[in-house]
Design a protein around this ligand. Structure first.
Ligand code: VGL
Ligand code: ZN
Length: 197
């Protein structure tokens, strides 16, 4: 099979009650569990930050959550502390099926954030996912999870840049929508040939 399902960041901190709750984030769990049965290859990603991570507003005196700051690699939104390695917030939602083939962690380098499943936010440091997919002969990706306008969109755009075929299933995604980020990223994805279902 040349297809894979990529399940992005369905973790407690992105669900209601979590540190960086995405509205209705938990509602992706049931459709994703159902979709998993239709794919031979399922890959999950896990946002996995050390405490004091540079994407946390708490690491930048004078800044609050959802401010933007300039990092050596470009603009970065500052987030509430979230998905700290080993915390319950970093764990997958307890109802999510996690019997996939690969779990890829990202965002573990202290000085650079990583929205995409393929590259960190410097756009050059790879996670290794591309090599994994290519060595398995996978060419077609279906993406679901959280959040549509950040980790899902960055993953989809990088995958297109790497020439994978990409479909995003919007019913199984939810967005943060910060200052119009959802419509901006939907348009970016559309322009670069991401398909929607
Ligand atoms: C995400 C913000 C910070 C995401 C992760 O999964 O979309 N967003 N870290
Ligand atoms: Zn994060």
């Amino acid at each position: 099979m040349t297809e894979a399902l990529i399940v992005i960041d369905v973790q407690n901190d992105f669900c209601p009650g979590g540190a960086l709750a995405v509205p209705d984030g938990d509602q992706v769990v049931a459709p994703i569990n159902a979709m998993m049965q239709q794919f031979d290859t399922v890959i999950l990603t896990q946002d996995w930050h050390p405490s004091g991570h540079s994407s946390f507003a708490s690491s930048h005196p004078g800044h609050g959550p959802f401010d933007t700051t300039e990092m050596p690699y470009g603009q970065q939104v500052l987030w509430p502390d979230h998905c700290v390695q080993g915390s319950s917030g970093a764990a997958f939602h307890s109802d999510l099926r996690t019997d996939g083939d690969l779990i890829i962690r990202k965002g573990f380098r202290p000085d650079v954030d990583s929205y995409s499943a393929f590259f960190e936010n410097d756009q050059t440091t790879p996670t290794g996912l591309e090599g994994y997919l290519r060595s398995r002969g996978i060419t077609d990706l279906t993406m679901v999870g959280l959040a549509t306008d950040f980790c899902v969109a960055f993953s989809a755009l990088d995958a297109r840049r790497l020439n994978f075929s990409v479909r995003v299933v919007l019913d199984a995604c939810r967005a943060i929508d910060l200052d119009g980020s959802l419509s901006t990223q939907m348009e970016n994805m559309r322009q670069r040939g991401v398909k929607f279902a």
